[in-house]
Design a protein around this ligand. Structure first.
Ligand code: ATP
Ligand code: MG
Length: 425
């Protein structure tokens, strides 16, 4: 019997995990500056948390849910996205209380699950880093969230990025636009894909998001949401754009852009990269928007919210495809070379002491000849080697060699144990 990982999943091996840790550490560092705090919610939730919020005609609900009944007959879903779970938790834990500073700013990172056709940058288990901010309706917060997403991507050295922006307006704008879209699409009904036919009356905005070529041609001339905005929705959008201008953040308004989830309103955005990883085509790495009705929908008081989700696998594909790739160091300060069985205990004491003194240290465990051990030390890019055999042990000494300069000196074990850093000065 040969075991294989499930289709659409990936093993992150020791050689790659450093990249993940790098990305996660950068994100945590940045979120700290923006004063966002981590929230860890369950990886599975009640089915309804997602089915009620993503939208009954969304891809997520119609095709992509990993759902099952547990032994207690509860309908469970492996989370397909981060926002609904965070909002469920926000409501359940009453994070809207008056004692809490608004906005309540949170972030998360972790696995998401969607039953999709796996391909490059599209998996069934994938990972997102996301933020959610609650309790403030001001477009200034939209700008903070967008600026933070761009900062994050730029902190990885990415520069060829595009910010695509749109608004879905408020409920009233949406209702007016919905009707206009239906009126526009109805004459094309026969030519639409099956999915889009189905969605035409249930949720015509979904048709704008279709990946079908013919649908996309039809939709290209559809009316624009921007012509159906209420004055309040227009003002939110205009202020947002003005504030982005003031910060020097470039954007392109794409009036046909909608999001894959139904809970969005007002501002929506995508940050795209034209990386070689995707054949130079613009690919969305990060996407988000405002969801002012979502907290209420999950049983909380009326509370605005805004957030984004960034696909970590896609980000890593883009980073790997940059000119020099993602170069991460794996520093080793000291490799201890022990010659013969008699020094086995002392070399172990040495690596332990060095580690306790704050250095990274390693040694041989295969009783190899000195030559082999030195080879390993250079392969691991050790900065220093410490060598000892029977004679050195008898004299309570070791040879300290700088791998960079080749310089070698004899040092006492007592000095190493007392203060190794002092020997390097
Ligand atoms: P797409 O149109 O590519 O299916 P989406 O609208 O379903 O994307 P979102 O729900 O907005 O995607 O998720 C935010 C980000 O998460 C995406 O921009 C992408 O980087 C990443 N992502 C989404 N689905 C997957 C997946 N199946 N595998 C890997 N990353 C994904
Ligand atoms: Mg999708």
């Amino acid at each position: 019997m040969k075991y294989q990982r499930p289709k659409g999943t990936a093993d992150i091996l020791p050689a790659e995990s450093a990249k993940w840790q790098y990305v996660e550490a950068k994100a945590r560092e940045l979120f700290k500056k923006y004063r966002y705090h981590e929230m860890r919610t369950p990886i599975f939730e009640s089915f309804e948390v997602f089915s009620r919020t993503s939208g009954e005609t969304s891809d997520i609900v119609t095709k992509e849910m990993y759902d099952f009944y547990d032994k207690g007959e509860r309908h469970i879903t492996l989370r397909p996205e981060g926002t609904a779970g965070v909002v469920r938790s926000f409501v359940e834990n009453k994070l809207y209380g008056p004692e809490l500073q608004k906005p309540v700013k949170t972030y998360y990172m972790g696995p998401m699950f969607r039953y999709e056709r796996p391909q490059s940058g599209r998996l069934r288990e994938f990972h997102q880093i996301g933020v959610e901010a609650f309790g403030v309706d001001s477009p200034a917060l939209d700008v903070e969230v967008i600026a933070m997403a761009i900062d994050l991507l730029e902190s990885f050295g990415l520069d060829s990025l595009k910010l695509a922006l749109n608004t879905l307006g408020d409920n009233e704008s949406r209702q007016a636009y919905r009707q206009a879209l239906i009126d526009y699409l109805e004459p094309f009904a026969d030519q639409l894909s099956d999915d889009s036919k189905e969605r035409l009356h249930k949720n015509p905005l979904r048709v704008l998001d279709s990946k079908d070529k013919k649908d996309q041609e039809i939709v290209a001339d559809a009316p624009s949401i921007l012509d159906y905005l209420t004055p309040a929705a227009t003002e939110h959008f205009e202020t947002l754009k003005k504030l982005l201008d003031d910060l020097g953040i470039k954007y392109e308004v794409d009036p046909n852009m909608v999001r894959g989830l139904d809970y969005y309103n007002h501002t929506i955005f995508e940050i795209m990269s034209d990386s070689k990883a995707f054949g130079g085509k613009w690919t969305t790495v990060c996407a988000g928007g405002r969801y002012n009705g979502l907290v209420e929908q999950l049983g909380g008081p009326e509370t605005p919210g805004i957030g984004f989700g960034l696909g970590v696998e896609r980000l890593l594909l883009v980073l790997d495809a940059t000119e020099n790739g993602l170069q991460l160091e794996d520093p080793l300060d000291v490799y201890v070379v022990g010659i013969g069985q008699s020094v086995n205990a002392e070399t172990l004491k040495l690596v332990q002491s060095l580690r306790h003194q704050g250095f990274s240290a390693d040694r041989d465990y295969l009783d190899r000849k000195p030559k082999g051990q030195f080879k390993t030390a250079s392969r691991l890019n050790a900065k220093y080697t410490l060598t000892l055999g029977e004679t050195e042990l008898a004299e309570q000494k070791a040879n300290l060699k700088s791998m960079e300069t080749g310089e070698e000196i004899s040092v006492s074990l007592a000095d190493i144990y007392a203060n190794f850093a002092g020997l390097l000065a």
